[in-house]
Design a protein around this ligand. Structure first.
Ligand code: NAD
Length: 350
């Protein structure tokens, strides 16, 4: 598969290029960025462009779009019009309306849209999904899900916390990975009720805290929190409670805990995994090694998605849209004091 990368010189774009180069079934067809100098510096011998039309003339099958969200719509629309599949970084767009237009363009062109919710592939979180599917913790009742860090000092660029570029605050940053994770684990989310606040960083339109309840037609509900005021530092955590136990996964550090019992309230078996290998690797060679491993798995599943394979774990276009809708729904619920009802999208079918 020949893949082009837009935003190839960026922090994440460089990692996306590295995964394409490392995957035997893919070839880096072309790169594009804002200046030719930047594009060429990350082209690894592939043709480099700043002009979208010239970039799209290059023969290729798909593009990875790793720009900030506010410029993504024309890039996605042109890629679909050129008959390409798209793997987009998260969030798909900084608005719900723009995300819907991108999704509509994918469907009209009958091309696949994948979304960069790579935390689905972090071993601690994919383990949770495996446990849920295995039935080990019985009937699932509810999920607790959390993502947070210290907020503004964490960011390399100011666009990352400005709503007119990124969409909003904690809900759109670490929080969007976790709302996608909730949907990945509990099925479609059709009801969102919550509170978002801007008391600490006071960036208009960028909530520094959000708490919500998600409900799914599956009968499973979730409590959710996204924060930019976790002074303890970066952490994502998920706990799933069932009739016969619970499973917890967290990052960073990567860790799992599984508690199972034959009967509710009976003697428990506790299993822990602290992923020593990953912890040592991250200490020696940075957290990026974990992100890269997840991008590698995501790329392999993106190839499978474009081949029409079913039962994949990659986030599809509906997952991309629902994550943006949830990020918009929590502030809306805050304004109205009412839950926001969302239609059941299910999986994206072309
Ligand atoms: N999946 C993850 O875990 C993860 C982590 C961090 C960031 N992200 C997302 O990845 C995206 C990129 O973030 P980043 O941190 O790499 O940002 P970045 O600023 O480092 O990189 C963005 C790149 O896009 C280029 N660019 C901007 N507009 C462009 C345009 N119109 N055409 C071509 N190139 C353009 C910039 O020049 C830059 O090189 C964002 O959507 C961000 O939210 C995802």
């Amino acid at each position: 598969m020949r893949i082009g990368v837009i935003g190839a010189a960026g922090k994440i774009g460089q990692m996306r290029v590295a995964t394409i180069l490392a995957e035997p079934r893919t070839e880096l067809a072309a790169v594009m960025d804002m200046t030719l100098e930047k594009a060429k510096a990350h082209a690894h011998g592939a043709p480099a462009f700043t002009d979208l039309d010239a970039f799209l003339v290059t023969p290729m099958d798909a593009v990875v779009i790793s720009t900030p969200a506010h410029v993504r719509e024309p890039l996605c629309l042109a890629a679909f019009a050129a008959g390409l599949h798209v793997l987009s970084e998260k969030p798909l767009h900084h608005t719900v309306a723009g995300s819907r237009r991108i999704l509509a363009a994918a469907k009209a062109a009958k091309r696949h849209l994948g979304a960069g919710f790579n935390m689905r592939y972090y071993p601690a979180f994919s383990y949770i999904r495996d446990v849920m599917e295995s039935g080990k913790i019985g009937e699932i009742d509810h999920i607790r899900i959390y993502g947070g860090h210290e907020g503004l000092p964490k960011f390399a660029f100011d666009w990352e916390y400005k709503s007119e570029i990124s969409g909003g605050g904690a809900l759109w940053d670490v929080g969007i990975h976790m709302s996608d994770m909730a949907r990945f684990l509990m099925g479609e989310i059709t009801e969102v009720y919550g509170v978002a606040t801007e008391k600490v960083w006071k960036v208009k339109g960028s909530e520094d805290n959000a708490m919500a309840i998600f409900k799914a037609p599956s009968g499973v509900s979730a409590t959710y929190q996204a924060t930019w005021t976790d002074w303890k530092g970066y952490k994502s955590a998920v706990e799933v409670y069932g009739s016969h136990g619970m499973v917890r996964g967290a990052y960073a550090p990567m860790e799992n805990m599984l508690i199972t019992m034959a009967e509710p309230g009976g003697p428990t078996t506790v299993t822990r995994n602290r992923y020593r290998g990953i912890q040592i690797r991250e200490k020696l060679r940075s957290w990026k090694t974990t992100a890269l491993a997840s991008f590698q798995q995501e790329l392999a599943e993106f190839i499978a998605l474009t081949e029409g394979r079913q039962g994949l774990r990659i986030a599809d276009g509906h997952a991309a849209l629902r994550a943006v809708e949830i990020a918009a729904a929590v502030p809306e619920s805050t304004r109205t004091g009412q839950p926001v009802m969302l239609e059941n999208l299910g999986a994206m079918v072309l």
